[in-house]
Design a protein around this ligand. Structure first.
Ligand code: PLP
Length: 430
């Protein structure tokens, strides 16, 4: 299995090279050269398989040239050591809780998988890899945790000062060891721009082996397809057509779900729910892709104005809008609607959703208003405690801090302040 660049002017590479490069030399995202459908027996007998077995069979074709079977199996044991329950909300709705990992965000699985792969690939090499990552909130914590102590890998995380929650900030600034945090006087877009500039800075690249741990990296993006298979396994016995609603920012998670469908998983429809950062909902309506600066919202992990993985979704559907519309819808919701949804879910189902999950719920309900026969699963991508103030203020409840979070609450934050790209470069070269 090779990976090619979606800009089509870079050489095809192996999985290993795609992981180490992050992005192709022509600035394109890597994409697997083929997606081979799994036998229908796999989906028929999925309820009898363990999560490890499901994950192994789903990802094997994409990585087998570079990860020997026992290595892949061991990586999956490390990565998938927590639960992914589908919790019922009402008769035709469930929520897939993806927040039971070490940082309580769904990014734990992708970040750990990538860290394990990079750690394996760095064995017996002398060059250290630097993982450079911009975060609007949850990526940083998951990456920091996933890479902590991985030999041969240094991690540098950029985050917008004052725009991530206190818990998020603690998760990425308190670990130490091979993890450093840079606090940027600017927005998430500024952070991302600096990271992108670094990746094309010849002088820097001559001195450092840089890679990205954002969902553009195939090792972070692809393992997310496990979630959809785990949910399918749990909801299969409902016997209804299944739809997934995914709260989306960079559209990596939902795109991985659409790869699971290409593997043969029976799904009727995907709904990408966004906050007011509605570049994709607009595109689905007008066919015009107009990226814009991001707007800050209460679902801040989705404050993305130019979602990097949407190009992969379009590619899955041959860049054909009407084909895509048959399988995929996207809707945008305001903060006020999100808060109303949080209250509704709490009142009707006695379930506490975080703002991201609530956006997913809204997307699902909008779709189900015209497709009431489907069984819908919305993804709950973060534990409500990660958005403590909003959840407590909106619902008038008080949340208990889980042990994973308590652990970082008492630690000292440490971050270096930077303002410009030159600051970043100087930091990396020092
Ligand atoms: C990152 C994130 C999202 C968005 O996921 P994408 O794959 O970027 O679309 C949604 N919710 C939470 C809590 C996140 O951390």
């Amino acid at each position: 299995m090779n990976y090619y660049s979606l800009n089509n002017s870079a050489p095809k590479v192996s999985f290993k090279e795609a992981v180490i490069n992050g992005i192709a030399p022509d600035r394109g995202l890597y994409f697997p050269s083929e997606i081979i459908t799994l036998p229908s027996s796999f989906f028929e007998e999925i309820t009898t398989l363990s999560n490890h077995e499901i994950a192994f069979r789903a990802i094997h074709q994409f990585v087998k040239a570079d990860l020997p079977e026992p290595v892949l199996k061991e990586i999956l044991v490390q990565v998938l050591d927590f639960e992914f329950p589908v919790v019922p909300i009402d008769v035709n709705t469930g929520t897939l809780e993806l927040f039971h990992g070490p940082t309580m965000a769904f990014k734990d699985v992708g970040a750990r998988f990538m860290a394990q792969c990079l750690g394996y690939f760095s064995k017996n090499t002398s060059t250290e890899v630097t993982v450079l990552v911009a975060t609007s909130g949850d990526t940083g914590g998951a990456v920091a945790n996933g890479f902590l102590g991985v030999e041969g890998v240094q991690v540098v995380i950029l985050y917008p000062e004052g725009m991530v929650s206190d818990i998020q900030e603690r998760q990425l600034t308190t670990l130490g060891q091979n993890i450093s945090a840079l606090k940027v006087a600017g927005t998430f877009d500024d952070c991302q721009k600096m990271v992108k500039t670094a990746f094309v800075d010849a002088e820097l690249l001559a001195a450092k082996k840089l890679t990205s741990a954002n969902s553009i990296n195939v090792a972070r993006w692809l393992p997310q397809l496990f979630y959809f298979l785990f949910a399918f396994k749990q909801a299969k016995q409902k016997g209804k057509e299944m739809v997934f609603a995914v709260p989306s920012g960079n559209f990596g998670n939902i795109c991985a779900g659409m790869v699971a469908q290409k593997l043969g998983m029976p799904v009727k429809h995907f709904i990408a729910a966004t906050n007011v950062n509605d570049t994709v909902p607009q595109f689905m309506e007008t066919g015009k892709y107009s990226p814009k600066p991001s707007t800050a919202t209460i679902s801040n992990a989705m404050d993305v104005g130019d979602p990097s993985n949407f190009i992969r979704i379009q590619h899955l559907y041959q860049n054909n809008l009407s084909l895509l519309q048959q399988m995929f819808s996207s809707y945008s919701f305001s903060d006020a609607e999100t808060k109303t949804a949080m209250k509704e879910i709490y009142k009707d189902a006695n379930y506490i959703a975080d703002p991201h999950g609530a956006v997913g719920y809204l997307g699902l309900k909008k779709y189900q208003s015209t497709h009431p026969e489907s069984y819908g699963i919305f993804l709950e991508t973060a534990h409500p405690v990660k958005f403590l103030n909003i959840v407590e203020d909106t619902l008038g409840v008080s949340l208990e801090i889980p042990p994973q979070i308590q652990k970082v609450m008492d630690k000292e934050k440490y971050a270096t302040s930077i303002t410009t790209y030159q600051d970043l470069k100087a930091y990396l070269l020092k």
